[in-house]
Write a protein of this length. Sequence first.
Length: 343
Amino acid sequence: MSDHAYISTPRLRLTPVGDGDPVEVAEAIGNYDVARWLGRVPYPYRPADAEAFMAANAHLVGKVWFIYDREGLVGGIGIDGELGYWLARTAWGQGYATEACDAVLDAHFSDPAAESLLSGHYPGNHRSATVLRKLGFVYTGRRPVQAQALAQTVEGHELLLTRDAWEARRNILIRTERLTLRPLRDADWRQMQKLGGVPEVARMMLMLTVPWPEAAVRQWIATSAFRGRPGYRLAVERNDGGLIGSVGFGPDHSLNYMIDRRFWGRGYASEAVRAFLADLFARFPEIDVIEADHFADNPASGAVLRKLGFEKTGTGLGASKARVERAPNVLYRLSREAFRTAP
């Protein structure tokens, strides 16, 4: 059986199609809003169609999967010749497609002999277009596709993801005089737990708790992977050895960072964040504004932000899993120009 027969992500589990329930599959894919965007799926779609699909693809272990979340079946995905996927109508808008595709693409390119991968979408399928572009696919042209649910041939868009493009979206390394910023790894969980799972640090962060359980830390790291788009964190290491913190940029274009309390007051936060922001603005030319905030009882963080060019925009109430109640916070924004001209 393939090493990738079963794939887990922070929210999803991908299983071989032979493990599926035909009735459940038919209910999920049989919605017209789903079937209309798929080439080989008839409409209406019945359990017998699901049984035929499962039988025809049962030998493609590690190539074709059903996608499950905690509630049950939410979609399907495959890389037999090209990347294709679908999500049940109730699962749209939750980022499941991107999460599942990321995992499958990593499995595909983990094979050194794996070649570039094709994919495509119909005109008007803006959701799929967004997902594929986010994954690094680029348009290569048009091709006719027989759409069974529509009973017609459609001129679909064709896209390609090369190994070089995939690798570029997983590699990042930033060096300063004293620090190295690199992707977080699962092996970092113990050190991150030690530095983040203490009241002085956790109370200033959104998702950290005291104590910070191993499973929660490892999931936090798993969701932090750099994939060439906003929504990642990097480990902060001293060049003479030792992980001392993290710095990240959320999908909502917000900055977050933390430094081991043993190293406060040495300028490491300013040094790490400055280098991170310089790389971020260079890497994402479309981003002109970054948001940030800090709790009112964390003035040191405010000093770091202002030093880097952030401007105060207001106050509010912020939440932290390590606090009993919401607490006053201070809001900031940083423009590309303000960062460029900051001392």
